[in-house]
Structures are given as structure tokens and as C-alpha cells.
Write a protein that binds this ligand. Structure first.
Ligand SMILES: Cc1cc2nc3c(=O)[nH]c(=O)nc-3n(C[C@H](O)[C@H](O)[C@H](O)COP(=O)(O)O)c2cc1C
Length: 192
């Protein structure tokens, strides 16, 4: 894309293990939009970050492999795209667990990272309550959360097909992903 000296590097994942995950398909769509907006995106499988439950102890020791992989990946990228399901009006426990582990990494891998949060759900509400809850620990750990939360409701559960998105949702996602890439580039500019 013209004007960007160097491409902003974005790490992307969906916080779901399901084969037919709606959020996996939403992140694939967002990744293509981010690439069209000039970003270099690394899309990773959530299973790659599988991590035991965090329990506070006097000596937490080394980070478990899964979260160490996520922390390393975060440090190697300028920004993050996360598509997360809403579970019981909140975030999946597995994602909160990863955030808790990241919070004890002395390298502070979330600090200063721009993050765009998305959710796909069959529910009409679009999962925005879950994203609001997800925003809190990320922001308090120093991430910069893009102000518009991207909740996509009424998603049809067609297995193994691209997410069916109406024209308004497509426009909504395209507009905000492009604005996020631009903001992430501005925020990362001193480093790149
Ligand atoms: C334990 C559980 C709780 C859920 N709670 C919510 C909820 O609060 N809001 C919502 O929109 N969907 C809820 N759902 C439905 C999910 O949005 C739906 O299963 C979605 O497809 C999960 O995302 P995925 O397809 O990416 O795996 C829940 C599903 C499960 C299994």
C-alpha cells in the first residue's frame, strides 16, 4: 500500500479450537482485509498456545511452552488481531489463562501493542460484552485496544464454508481493519 514505508507486522489468531469455528473464519476474513490494507500478517493456530492453568505459587518457574510461544510471537510483531468467542457473556477461560500467564513474563509482551478485538457468534448481540471484558486485562497490561469492538452477530453456522457476511458487516470490518492497520503503523512507527 502506498505511503507505508515498511509493512506493519500483525499476529492474528482465533481463540477457538473448533474445526468449524465461526471465529476462525472471521479471523481469516480480517486477515485478508489487513493484508489488503498493507499489513504483513502471521495467522497462527490457537492450539499452538495450549497452556496449563495458571495457579499462583511462590515460584512460577519458567513459562510453559505454549504461552512462551505466544509471548515470543507477540514480541516479534507490532500488533495483534484476536477473534474470540463469547462464553457466558465473557471471554473463554483459555484466553484469560493465557493473559494471566503473559502478565508474569518480565518482558511484558503486551505493553504498547495495538490490538483489534473481533467476535463472531450465532447470537444477535454479536458478543460485544465478551470483548468488553477481554479489553480490560489487555488494556491494564499496557496494550492499546482499538476503540471499536467488532461484534458480528447472527452468524450462520455453515460448517467448512467461508463466513457468510452481509454487505454492512463486510463494510464495517473493512473500514475498521484498515483504520486499525493505519493506527498500528503510526504507533509502531518509531520502531519500524
Ligand atoms: C460454554 C458456552 C457458552 C456460550 N456463551 C455464549 C454467550 O454468552 N454469547 C454468545 O454469543 N454465544 C455464546 N456461546 C455460543 C458461541 O458463540 C458459539 O458456540 C460460537 O460458535 C463459538 O465460537 P467458535 O465457533 O469460534 O468456536 C456459548 C458457547 C458455549 C460452548
Amino acid at each position: 500500500m502506498g505511503g507505508l514505508m515498511q509493512r506493519v507486522r500483525i499476529l492474528a489468531f482465533a481463540a477457538s479450537h473448533r474445526e468449524g469455528s465461526l471465529n476462525r473464519r472471521l479471523i481469516a476474513h480480517a486477515v485478508s482485509q489487513a493484508e489488503a490494507a498493507g499489513a504483513a500478517v502471521t495467522l497462527v493456530e490457537y492450539a499452538h498456545f495450549e497452556t496449563p492453568l495458571m495457579h499462583d505459587t511462590d515460584d512460577l518457574g519458567a513459562l510453559p511452552e505454549g504461552v512462551a510461544r505466544l509471548a515470543d510471537a507477540l514480541l516479534a510483531h507490532d500488533a495483534i488481531l484476536i477473534a474470540s468467542p463469547e462464553y457466558n457473556w465473557s471471554m473463554p477461560a483459555s484466553l484469560k489463562n493465557l493473559i494471566d500467564w503473559l502478565s508474569v513474563d518480565p518482558r511484558a509482551p503486551l505493553t504498547g501493542k495495538p490490538v483489534l478485538l473481533l467476535c463472531a457468534t450465532p447470537s444477535a448481540r454479536g458478543g460485544v460484552t465478551g470483548l468488553e471484558q477481554l479489553r480490560t486485562p489487555l488494556a491494564l497490561l499496557g496494550a492499546w485496544i482499538y476503540p471499536q469492538l467488532i461484534g458480528i452477530g447472527n452468524c450462520a453456522a455453515q460448517e467448512n464454508a467461508p463466513l457468510h457476511l452481509g454487505a454492512r458487516d463486510q463494510q464495517f470490518i473493512q473500514t475498521h481493519v484498515a483504520a486499525f492497520v493505519h493506527a498500528a503503523h503510526q504507533l509502531a512507527a518509531p520502531a519500524i
